[in-house]
Design a binder for this molecule. Sequence first.
Ligand SMILES: NC(=O)C1=CN([C@@H]2O[C@H](COP(=O)(O)OP(=O)(O)OC[C@H]3O[C@@H](n4cnc5c(N)ncnc54)[C@H](O)[C@@H]3O)[C@@H](O)[C@H]2O)C=CC1
Ligand SMILES: O=C([O-])CC(=O)C(=O)O
Length: 346
Amino acid sequence: MIAQRFSTALRSAVAQRGFSTSSASLTKVAVLGAAGGIGQPLSLLLKQNPKVSDLALYDIRGAPGVAADISHINTASSTTGYLADNDGLAKALKGSEIVVIPAGVPRKPGMSRDDLFNTNASIVRDLAKACAEHCPKAHLLIISNPVNSTVPICAEVFKAAGVYDPKRLFGVTTLDVVRSSKFLSTLKGSDPAKTRVTVVGGHSGVTIVPILSQTAEGESIVQANDQQYLDLVKRIQFGGDEVVKAKDGAGSATLSMAFAGAVFTNSLLRAIGGEKGVVEPTFVDSPLYKDQGVEYFASNVELGPNGVEKIHPVGKLSAAEEDLLKACLADLAKNIKKGKEFVGAA
Ligand SMILES: NC(=O)C1=CN([C@@H]2O[C@H](COP(=O)(O)OP(=O)(O)OC[C@H]3O[C@@H](n4cnc5c(N)ncnc54)[C@H](O)[C@@H]3O)[C@@H](O)[C@H]2O)C=CC1
Ligand SMILES: O=C([O-])CC(=O)C(=O)O
């Protein structure tokens, strides 16, 4: 009974976010880091998605157990778990059209995302090498932090292997969009499902730039440019810290991230299936600020069957947002350089 209620609630939440029930195109999706705090609920949500035909769950520990559990859910897709032995990673990746990567360590209180670099850079580099070898045409969705550096790392690995397609590499910044929507709609009493905020830049502190002036519910707050605006921007930029602090040493956002990851994956699945006009903010190889030394940047991106279809410019900004963008670009350039240098490319 409880399971039934849970399932109904989940399906309804998923439906509200626009998960289609048509299964025009069926896709193998791999999750690397599938037994982790994000990996498990993300895999659960992907099992609900009728556009997924095969779910390949890979982790250095625990993935077969997670897969066995999830495989009993009565949706059409098949679920298989893989460990590193017996060529598990290669088997998980072969035939995958989408690879979602939440592998790596999360923050503890007092740490910045950049403090994760030493551990996560090599994890992501090695997984990217395997993707370049076994599924070079897959769309790579990078969740592992620091995203501002791990995305450039993946790009350099793919370039070195001669298989880089900038249209198929995405840093998942959807959680910033989800948080902006929730925080703004709570302040304004609006419907969060209809309160869409574009968030540009990167995914760390001041590199997260919410463009509240372009949202009807945010316009007046931006115009007032008072403490309420400053607090809202700060909460969006440092929302991750709120969760890290509350979890008190037990990690960072997992459930909201799984939700955000499932939303972005579903948008890409819709676009791969031929739906037009699917737009999500995401951190990609972008021409927008390359002349300022920033090669990767999150802005609204129209998705298509081959990944990035069109990168939208940030549009008109308020004076305060111009200042936020300036601070963002300075930090972002450093984060990107660090990632490139790690692979020996800067
Ligand atoms: N992009 C975003 O918005 C967000 C990113 N994150 C990041 O996601 C990452 C994962 O977070 P959690 O799931 O909470 O961590 P976790 O520690 O709960 O799970 C990570 C999983 O990765 C696995 N793993 C480690 N090395 C691996 C390898 N070489 N191959 C495959 N799997 C491997 C671990 O065994 C573990 O199961 C962290 O770096 C975190 O900072 C977290 C929240 C939001
Ligand atoms: O704060 C963290 O370390 C995890 C993360 O990226 C987020 O919650 O936005």
